[in-house]
Every structure is written in structure tokens, then in C-alpha cells.
Design a protein around this ligand. Sequence first.
Ligand SMILES: Nc1ncnc2c1ncn2[C@@H]1O[C@H](COP(=O)(O)OP(=O)(O)OP(=O)(O)O)[C@@H](O)[C@H]1O
Length: 302
Amino acid sequence: MDEQAIVSMEEVTYVRDGFVLGPLNISIPKGYVTAVVGPNGSGKSTLFQMLLGLCNPSTGQITLDGQLLTNECKEQYKQEIGYLPELPWAHESYMRGKEKVSFYKSVFSNWNSTYYEQLREKLQIDDQLRLDKMSKGMRRKLDFIIALAHEPNLLLLDEPSSGLDPLAWKEMIEILHQYMEQEERSIVISSHIVEEVRRLADYILFVHQGKIVGFFEKDELFNKWCAYIIFDREISEQQLYGLPGVRKIEIERGGTYTIVTSEALAVEQWLQEQRLQSVTRTALDLDEILFYLIQPQKSQEV
Ligand SMILES: Nc1ncnc2c1ncn2[C@@H]1O[C@H](COP(=O)(O)OP(=O)(O)OP(=O)(O)O)[C@@H](O)[C@H]1O
């Protein structure tokens, strides 16, 4: 068992209505922010629900902070998790914010009312309002601070910025940075927004059609995946395809090539050895990397 993992999964699958999540084998490191990135319907929310015990894996085992997840210990370990679902719970809509807060306060033994009030004031939430009378953003902010107010060790945030204006999201990021000041804490966040992931995440987990297609340390990922534009009349296409990690080569008239690689350092070294003059290097965006991870064959167009 890996003591440094906040979440470990071994051969975990979940099957529902024809959708198969897994098999998942992964160790998510403790003390970091891990972003789960993938197209719609790839299984991100389902993964979160499984971690929270809202749905049971069909096979395999999940370990949370060193503790095997079983039905018997579910209630206890939920105390350590703060969860922000992708969508608000419809059955709560008739409640006032305060009533929802009272309920959560009764559920979580570590509920910190002072901290809740600080966050509420910072985000200017009127918790006297009924939830269905709040703006979308205010309800989202309330759900966010409810997820934090029992000071959990693990935060699961499903599309946290959905419905928020840029200022509210900036304030949320500040709160998340403060939350992460305690070393033992971890965040798993799902997001479609590239900039959000770039700013927050330490690790990135790519998922597609229920499968893990990559797990990377963020800086390493952006250093390794690059596009190079080179100009050289002497170079042959075969030479370029022989380079490490090449995912795509585009040739334009007059000897200009664009190469996309997942092994930038090795390619760069080769380019230097060839003494090529006109070389432009660009880091790829997350969505471009995801594109190549899920379509490795199709991307080789010349
Ligand atoms: N309550 C449900 N009942 C049946 N199938 C569901 C349910 N919720 C999701 N699914 C299906 O499970 C699969 C994974 O959906 P999930 O919501 O986990 O993906 P996601 O990556 O979070 O998508 P999105 O980015 O659109 O939020 C999809 O095929 C979806 O149709």
C-alpha cells in the first residue's frame, strides 16, 4: 500500500447502463492538486461519486488515505472528504441556505462555524435566501464553502467554476490556495477549462471513454509536449518520423515542417545536433495534448 497516496485504485471498474468506467489503476499523490481532464461523458463525475461512496465499484478496490474503502467505514471516511457536485441537488431547492448549513453542521463532527462565516462573508453569500431564489453563482459559492467548512483532508471539486463570474472564481482560487497551505491536504478537481487547470493543478489525469489515457506531473507534461516549426530543405520526412515521441508532422511548401512530439527534450537535442537555424518551439495546450493522447493514429497526417 502506498502511504503517500490520497487515493489508490486497483483494477477498479464501474458498469452502468452500458457505460464502463475502468479498469482504473492509479495512485493520486497526497498533498497535491490533481486535475481530472476529459471530454463530456468520459466518467469524471462517476469517478468522484465512486470516491465518495455514492456508487460502489463493480470490481477492484479503492484505498483512501491508506484505508481500504468498505461499506462499513464509508460514513467515517466521508468526514474527511469535502464534495462539490457538478450540479446542485434538486431536492434541496426549497431549503434556505441556513437550513442546508444546519444539516451539514449536524453531519460533520469537525464543522467549523467560524471558518464558515469567514468564507460566507468573503464570498458575500446571503444564506437566508432559499436555494432556488439564489443566483446560480451564489448557490455554487454556498455549496463550495459547505464542502470546505468541516476542513476535510480531501476536497473533490466537480467543475467548481461552473456558473461563476471571473471575480468569484479568483476568490475561490485564493481560498483553495489557503486550504492547501496545510501539507496533508489534497484536492481532486475536474475541469474543462484549460487555464483553470494550468493555474491550480500539480498533476493531471486524462480520462477518455471511461479509461485513463495518461497521468502526468503538470510541469513535466508541458515540458515534454511541444510543437516545433523548422525550416530545412535537406531534411527528409523519414528522418522526422524517426524522432522520439513524434505524433504529427505537417509539411508546407518550401521545406517548412511542423512536428508535434511528446519527447521534446530528445527532439530538441536532435535539432541542435542538426544545427537547424529556424526553429520555433511552442508548448501545447491541455486540450491539444488530450487530442493526441486519444487519437494517436489519426494524427499522423502528412
Ligand atoms: N445517473 C446516471 N444514470 C445513468 N447513466 C449515467 C448517469 N450519470 C451519468 N451517466 C452516464 O455515465 C457516463 C459517464 O458520465 P459522467 O457524468 O461521469 O461523465 P463526465 O466526464 O463527468 O461528463 P461531463 O464532462 O459531461 O460532466 C456517460 O455515458 C453518462 O451518460
